[in-house]
Ligand binder design. Structure first.
Ligand code: PSU
Ligand code: MN
Length: 309
């Protein structure tokens, strides 16, 4: 691989470059959740707020996206606004990066592509909302997010609130196991359910502090296991979660609409997210924003810890 940084294939924002050089904690932030996971009108505010939260904890944010065919690690204000507001922003998973560069597209990056680009730049910690995973009906559709395979080969601490219940949560956990990706519950022994504090699925490992996260990272590095991601699963506070009854009702109606409208492939996730936002009268949006803010804050603490250990 020619060096993507010195070849200019990837553009690293000055502030991010400086932070990496100085050994200051850097947190990668995902752009698909901004462009395709949150509604217009609010998404730019959230994107800016996430960067602010990271800064307040003493780390440097690096929101990642492809702008006019160039992967950017850290966006200036105008690029962030384009990702949040332009109509033709593509959703770019890992396999889309090459074609998007060749055709000079502008697009938002998923967990898979964001973590890949962040790793290329030397970033160790990444905050997102929920991971992609195994879809319900995957036995027929084969629809499993490329996020999972990417986590198996990308050195990155990925802070998330589990996966949304629109997916098959237990199958997703099984696939993470197959890929050899550790899942750490942050002060919990339950895999979070994104809108809900718990998905109902137990996980094997609980960490109680960011120091412990850094220790896991170091231990894996010593064993040659530093080639893959660590999933740090951070649940929403109980008082902030979505009402479980409302959650179940909206989930069932959304799944029925997928079938009746024959929505498939990469449109499934954005469709269901939008259905949640409209059918809960904005309540799921409030929770969604809380979730990503909480993850950005924890990721920043982890980044500071990892940078100093
Ligand atoms: N889950 C969410 N919100 C999101 C996504 C997932 O709760 O915005 C986005 C992330 O960018 C994730 C992607 O990487 O969807 C997965 O999409 P797919 O299943 O098409 O790989
Ligand atoms: Mn898919």
């Amino acid at each position: 691989m020619s060096d993507p940084l010195s070849s200019g294939a990837v553009i690293v924002h000055d502030e991010v470059q400086q932070a990496l050089h100085d050994g200051v904690g850097v947190v990668a932030l995902e752009s698909t959740l901004i462009a395709h996971g949150l509604p217009r009108g609010q998404n730019l505010d959230v994107a800016e707020q996430l960067e602010k939260i990271v800064r307040n904890t003493g780390a440097v944010p690096a929101t990642i996206a492809v702008i006019d065919g160039k992967p950017h690690i850290g966006l200036d204000g105008s690029s962030l606004a384009r990702i949040a507001q332009e109509d033709d922003v593509a959703k770019l998973s890992i396999r889309d990066l090459g074609p998007a560069m060749a055709t000079r597209r502008t697009g938002a990056t998923t967990v898979a592509s964001t973590s890949h680009l962040a790793a290329v730049a030397g970033i160790k910690v990444f905050a997102t909302g929920g991971l992609g995973g195994v879809h319900r009906e995957a036995r027929d559709s084969w629809d499993e997010s490329a996020d999972l395979a990417a986590l198996a080969r990308t050195p990155m601490i990925v802070v998330c609130a589990g996966v949304k219940s629109i997916l098959d949560v237990s199958a997703t956990l099984e696939r993470l196991e197959s890929h050899g990706v550790p899942v750490l519950g942050y002060q919990t022994s339950q895999f979070p359910g994104f809108y809900l504090r718990s998905s109902g699925q137990p996980i094997d490992w609980t960490v109680s502090s960011t120091e412990q996260v850094a220790e896991v990272h170091t231990a894996m590095g010593h064993l040659g296991l530093g080639d893959r991601a660590i999933v740090l699963a951070n649940p929403i506070a109980a008082k902030d979660q979505l009402d479980p009854t409302l959650h179940d009702r909206v989930l069932h109606s959304g799944l029925a609409l997928l079938t009746s409208r024959r929505i498939t492939g990469k449109d499934v996730t954005p469709f269901l997210l939008d259905h949640f936002h409209t059918s809960t009268g904005g309540e799921s949006l409030r929770v969604n924003i809380r979730v990503v803010e909480g993850n950005a804050a924890l990721a920043a603490e982890v980044a500071v810890q990892v940078a100093s250990s």
